[in-house]
Design a protein around this ligand. Sequence first.
Ligand code: ADP
Ligand code: MG
Length: 483
Amino acid sequence: MSNLIQGKTGEWEIVIGLEVHAQVIAKSKLFSGSATTFGSDANTQVSLVDAAMPGMLPVINEYCIEQAVRTGLGLGAKINLTSVFERKNYFYADLPQGYQISQQEIPIVGEGEIEIELPDGTSRNIGIERLHMEQDAGKSIHDKHPTRSYIDLNRSGNCLMEIVSKPDMRSADEAMAYVAKLRAIVRALETCDGNMDEGSMRCDVNVSVRKIGDELGTRREVKNVNSIRSVGQAVDYEARDQIRMIEAGEKVTQQTMLFNADDSTTRPMRSKEDAHDYRYFPDPDLLPLVISQQYVDAINENLPELPDAKKHRFMQEYGMKLYDASIIAGDKPRAEYFERVAKGRDPKLSVTWVTTELMGALNKLALSIDKSPVSSEQLGELIDLISDNTISGRIAKDVFAEMLDTGKSASNIVEEKGLKQVTDTGALETLVDEVIAENPDVVANYQSGKDKLFGFFVGQVMKKTQGKANPAIVNELLKKKIG
Ligand code: ADP
Ligand code: MG
């Protein structure tokens, strides 16, 4: 568990629902042919439609529909064969249309469910309320000039999927695990790149608190939280602040909050508006969106293996524990790395070396697996050396540390440093005899019933071989001689 606030804080229960905006991976925008490349020069990807020139007509991008349906299927959700685009009216300097085309009454995707895994090794299901498609707005830029603001419309009209959860989460850890799982799913589907630092996935965090057993409390909504860590911190701050308010006799009012990543606090941005404030109505420029069941089925048949399916397969095929499996299966490069290592090798060794040794080392170095100094082929070779008894598991750890440092191959290091395991029974027997002769007192103690001393003899033989003796042979010889 993290040290963030957890589900039951005394008599208080935290309730969290998340709205995640995920930008669809598509070459062009939802209703125009402009490009969507991230980081392009300002206002170089803006068509007359995106700039909302009078009389322009939106034309829907079929590829975006397919991506939304794929995502819905990946969330195990109901796909609505008819859905309706509506205008959500509001004023923003970076929204030249004066409204956003979104879906309100009938979204393209209805209810679904995803499974999340928690650091304590348990898992839970979290309900999905809906997924709808909508346009992104442009961006106001306030830090380029002392007295002027600028507007970049490159993002205007990009296709977003808004994925709304049910208020099913009960702790900061659950909220973070939910976002991580959602990101793993869209990445596996390749419908969104999930890069929160580039804004292609952003999260509105709704938090309320209640006494256990009571009705839902009034929520506050923290806008545009853009990392998983910040999601946890926003929940933490909101829960503490709301509990403090209620305990002081104040009332929580429905508000929209801003998150400040510098000190992990939130502050009010505006009083929260309700759906009717936006005067939603069906966009007269767009017909209802009608798709066929065959179209949905065809997309369904081509879905890749999703993180949950992969997770369960890793548990069955390789005997991974639930949490390890979710960490490996939840990240495509990690899963691919692991499967390259495990192919044709001992499952148990492969799991330990990837989940414990490699992941541990990468965490320490703060490196992602695609930047690993040890490739899957190199790690595989190291495991082969353990499996064929060339080196012991103990020595393998030293070799691995050296591999991380130097990038050299396992066999080179073993060769250079003369680390080959001693499996010559004759040579080992001589050493065992020496150890016994040198320690008559310990032998006597051991034979009088102090079983634990057995390890001492193994250790002494290891010392004489700089750790290179084959432990199984040493054990066997010692048992024969003194056991
Ligand atoms: P809006 O779009 O106006 O923000 P929604 O009804 O779509 O409102 O709900 C948005 C999110 O708020 C959903 O994820 C939902 O689960 C969550 N939510 C609703 N009520 C509560 C509550 N009392 N506490 C925490 N989260 C809530
Ligand atoms: Mg909202």
